[in-house]
Design a protein around this ligand. Sequence first.
Ligand SMILES: Cc1ncc(COP(=O)(O)O)c(C=O)c1O
Length: 457
Amino acid sequence: MPHLRPFVSAVVRPIPITTRDERIAELDRAGHNPFNIRGEKVSIDLLSDSGTGAVSTDQQAWAQRADERYAGADSWYRFRDAVRDLVPHEHVLPVHQGRAAERVLFGCLLGPGDISLSNMHFDTTRANVERLGAEARDLPSPELFDLSSPAPFKGDIDVEAVQAVLDGPEGPRVKQIVVTITNNGGGGQPVSMANLERISAVAREHRVPLVLDAARFAENAWLVTRRDPGYQDWSPRAVARKAFEFADAVVASLKKDGLSHEGAFIAVHDPELADRCEADVIATEGFRTYGGLTGHTLEQLAQGLREVLDPHYLADREHEAASLAERLQAAGIETLRPTGLHAVYVNASPLLPHLQPKHLPDHALTCALYREGGVRAAGGGLFLSTFDENNEMVTPPPFELVRLALPRRVYDHSHMEYVADVLAEIAKNPERVPGYRLTHNPAVLRHFRCRAEPIMP
Ligand SMILES: Cc1ncc(COP(=O)(O)O)c(C=O)c1O
């Protein structure tokens, strides 16, 4: 059966078309950091899949009916019911985005000297652990580090490693276990249901709360139905519900699988924990029935949470990512396997063999992609490496991946072909791509804030 995209554009926006000279000037102005590039100079924006998707006509229609009352608005109840249709947790609090949910929940669970274990803390998740004086320790499945292995669930947490920490001298310091579905920092790889079941049993046995960072709960559920024969007949909604059942608490950015531009929620069972979170939400986000969100957004989210679990939509998302990855692989460009849903990750080191880790190959490829084609993406290496005070690299990253994040329902096949063609052109003369050195290197959230300059090694 040929693939049929299950939606059409209802409203369109022109994209900027720029010259190479304009892009070179923009890169200089931006300190060679893609996060500093102005949107008006970007043709295809694959920097993030967060808050960048297109809303549906139904979402717009519901938004027109928004109830903007301060407390107890109809829009809140519709949002709450849509969340409660997924999570079994009694207490649901809305907040403006995922990192606010992390700040509030972690603030109630962690203190100085505590440890948070995870399959991989996403960048803001790590920052929200560390700002409390706690340690964020990643214990991913060892399979994650073999970029070409076809293992289906490389996003899993290493349960034996977690068990070893909990049973060792540091055990009493572990105050939360965070499982990120899908594992964004780890290449968008899914977490299996068996892994969730095992880690929840270990967490329960040690009385440590299991927190699900569920930003991509629908995409994880879809990949479970596709990769685990035991779930192939399940609906994505049924898989998502079961995944939530394993968690003591949930933080979920809804800028991804909420199909909206803002929003997130915290869900917990424990009434005492809920009470403490609620006090923080009211003080810093908004009253417990809006959490900083407009009724307009709450309505869009309630409808988005229904649409995101449509198997036709999820199959299309899989097709979009897989076709881009296949086109790149056909041009001899290595991508992380198996391909996930929210992004295609290009392995920069084999593509740019003249650059050593200290020349920041993934950053170099990201800048080349913008310079040559006006395509904006993000490298992951800067976040995963360490530097000394002279900006010299001390620990290289475990992998140098460029993330081509795919905004939901935005780009079509021709845009993806263009991206692949630009990368294929770069790959023909890779030695022309300069390396980079950092000129401004903030210790916290470096990749968002650094500046760099090109160097020819
Ligand atoms: C896995 C994960 N957790 C948390 C967040 C933070 O969410 P937000 O951007 O809504 O603050 C993100 C954002 O990309 C994410 O990917």
